[in-house]
Design a protein. Structure first.
Length: 90
């Protein structure tokens, strides 16, 4: 079953919002609002069709220069939050 989610990155990164759609645990789409359009469109295309856990493992901990996080890391955080909410509501 497809479900849409909206995530506000925290701490702030260049993207102000991330929207994603999952079909079960498979990523159907990701859209970043703000940030570097080329890189974030590329990431969105690369993660489409992958399982959330796989994307978390790939992107978690990616830093942007001296910042402690990044847009890809925030996508991993969003996916972790979604999976955690699903576990607690099941």
């Amino acid at each position: 079953m497809k479900q849409a989610y909206t995530f506000t990155p925290s701490p702030m990164v260049c993207s102000r919002r991330i929207t994603l759609e999952l079909d079960g645990d498979v990523i159907e789409s990701v859209e970043f609002f703000g940030g570097c359009p080329g890189n974030l469109t590329g990431i969105s295309r690369l993660v489409k069709g992958r399982k959330a856990g796989e994307v978390i493992a790939l992107l978690e901990g990616v830093h942007c220069g001296p910042k402690p996080t990044s847009c890809p890391d925030q996508l991993a955080s969003a996916l972790k939050e979604i999976l955690k909410k699903r576990e607690t509501s099941a």
